[in-house]
Design a protein around this ligand. Structure first.
Ligand code: 13P
Ligand code: SF4
Length: 336
């Protein structure tokens, strides 16, 4: 399983204020190229503002996949990381799909190379292979199902009810969480998200002493001791929905701090605090901000459109193989 090492880039903040003229200019530029911008919540506030203003979307990884597949634009620009753009390409191979930041990837994807995953899979031929969306197209092509954090628990529950044993990859924390929630028989690859695994249970407890009324919202890529304390566990979109729905006036939020832009915009009457990544044993390699998401820079939009930079290309046979578990994921998502 995963002993893979990789270099984690330094987080570089890119947000700058976008005035109305700039927003309008970039929005016109997108329309002139018949392009739509799809952004993840962890990208900078200016990128999220442009995605909304220009009729694109800001969403979790499941909604990004759905939106890209259903939108009529000929070009899709993904502000996020590579697996998100690859998913858009697999679902709409006739469109031109671009990744705003060429180097933007994910520790889960890097930590699960397709060749090593093939060996892992070969050890457990009787298991149903479920992979998290945060993987390469070549890993998805080897799976029976793809899931995002939004539908991981209901899908594993569904497969468990059919008597299926699960081979899960790559996030060990999410794998452990779905196993606990469903009681399913799960063997998991040992990958992790370098952002979420930094959240510290003790640091959160210390913060809760200072703010006893605050609720705790946690993304399931976080360590189990952090998840165990949560008032709500879910995908990025589900975290925002829960913040609006739950009665607390204040929340400690254990996910990438890029999400605060949408939380404060959509729920202005509540207060949000970053869950701590510091404390005993902390290394704070990312400090609650994904270094790859931070590579997305609004200045790249014109370059991508004008010069056709960073287009996603995937082998036809990989597209065909990966499309099967992705279509299953979307179909299952529609039943919920
Ligand atoms: P969501 O599907 O919850 O947006 O998660 C994607 C991700 O990369 C979280 O780190
Ligand atoms: Fe990957 Fe973690 Fe970054 Fe999400 S936050 S893209 S899981 S490294």
């Amino acid at each position: 399983m995963s002993t893979i090492n990789f270099v984690v880039p330094r987080v570089v903040e890119t947000t700058k204020p976008l005035d109305q003229n700039h927003l309008q200019h970039l929005s016109n530029h997108l329309k002139a190229h018949n392009a739509v911008l799809i952004a993840h919540y962890y990208t900078s506030a200016d990128i999220q503002a442009l995605a909304e203003y220009s009729g694109g979307c800001v969403a979790d990884s499941l909604e990004m996949a759905r939106f890209g597949a259903e939108h009529s634009a000929a070009k899709v620009i993904v502000a996020g990381v590579r697996f998100m753009a690859e998913t858009a390409k697999i679902l709409t191979p006739n469109k031109e799909v671009f990744l705003l930041a060429e180097e933007a990837t994910c520790s889960l994807d890097l930590g699960c190379p397709p060749e090593d995953f093939a060996k892992f899979r070969a050890e457990y031929p009787d298991r149903t292979v479920v992979v998290y969306a945060n993987t390469s197209a070549a890993v998805k092509a080897q799976s029976d199902w793809v899931v995002t954090s939004r539908i991981a628990v209901p899908l594993i529950e569904h497969l468990d009810l059919q008597g299926e044993k699960i081979l899960w990859a790559p996030d060990r924390y999410l794998g452990h969480y779905v196993q606990q929630q469903t009681g399913a028989d799960v063997i998991a690859w040992q990958g992790s998200c370098i952002v979420h695994e930094e959240f510290k249970a003790q640091g959160i407890r210390d913060l809760q002493v200072l703010f006893p009324e605050a609720g705790l919202l946690v993304h399931p890529e976080s360590p189990e001791e952090v998840i165990a304390q949560a008032d709500f566990v879910g995908s990025t979109s589900q975290i925002i929905e829960a913040a609006a729905r739950l009665p607390h006036r204040m929340f400690i939020v254990a996910t990438d701090r890029g999400i605060f832009y949408q939380m404060r915009k959509r729920i202005p009457h509540k207060e949000f605090i970053e869950a701590p990544t510091a404390g005993v044993g902390a290394t704070c390699r990312s400090c609650a901000h994904c270094p790859w998401m931070a590579m997305n820079n609004i200045d790249q939009i014109e370059k991508v459109l004008n010069q056709g930079m960073n287009e996603i290309h995937i082998d036809e046979d990989i597209i065909q193989q990966a499309r099967i578990p992705l279509d299953r994921m979307l179909a299952f998502g529609r039943t919920l």
